[in-house]
Design a protein around this ligand. Sequence first.
Ligand code: NAP
Ligand code: MN
Length: 261
Amino acid sequence: MKRYTVICRPDPQSEAIKEKAIGELNEKGYVMDDRKPEIVFVIGGDGTFIYAVHHVRRLMGVRLGEVVFYGIHTGTLGFTMDFRGEEYREFMDTFFERKYTEIKYPLLQALYGDKVHYGLNEIRIENAARTQKLDVYINGEKFETFRGTGMCVCTQLGSTAYNRSLGGAVLQEGMDFIQLTEMAGIHHSKFRSLEAPFVLKGDTELEFRTDNFASALLGCDASVFPLEGVNSVKIHICPEVWVRMLRGRSVSYFERLKSLF
Ligand code: NAP
Ligand code: MN
């Protein structure tokens, strides 16, 4: 593992760590390669990690699995990184001495027409302009008709992000589940849908059908795409592509969760 790149949040503390890391890596014979890296150092927060994964996925396509990510958190302890900025020495030594293990995060995939989009935290169907009607199918079976702003499908990792703001449950690290939550659902004498957050098995196939997606957007983590003219969006965990991450030491999931609020 010799070719590396660094993806960094643009703030003074993160930039300073980046410069130090580049100096050490080059000195030890590692080669910076922004186009075909084998290891991606991520300096910043969980948001930076999400950004880094999308950046590298666009660069490498399905060969994303050939890359490992390794992160250092500048700020509060996150979910994707095990070291804080002041633990820089330990972070680098763990890497050089190969004292890490590897974990894998699944990616959600949204399919419609010839389009494929990915979400590491979540994929949302949202409409700020008007009430969105969605027929929800689970593994090909009609489940409900939802009316409201939209719906959010998240991964275990994403359960503490947008999902949590929607009143969804936090899923403990290691759980192979996805979660479906409503965004401002309408519930009265005429319209009904489950309303409660719904935790589903990791291999569940969701489909959202409608005759009108005008003004609707597909939100995939930090990116949005127009859905106008589309009639069906399928969302599931992508079985082929995983995100590989180096775990530098074990940090309690509850410690991470406590640092969130
Ligand atoms: P961002 O500024 O990169 O992230 C927004 C906040 O969400 C940051 O504080 C970030 O933590 C935190 N975050 C990201 N992933 C997380 C995770 N898995 N668990 C806990 N916290 C997490 O925002 P962005 O680039 O627009 O969007 C990235 C993500 O932010 C989206 O996937 C979405 O889940 C979340 N988001 C949430 C809301 C909401 O709750 N209403 C709105 C927009 C976006 P760091 O400070 O460590 O980077
Ligand atoms: Mn953070």
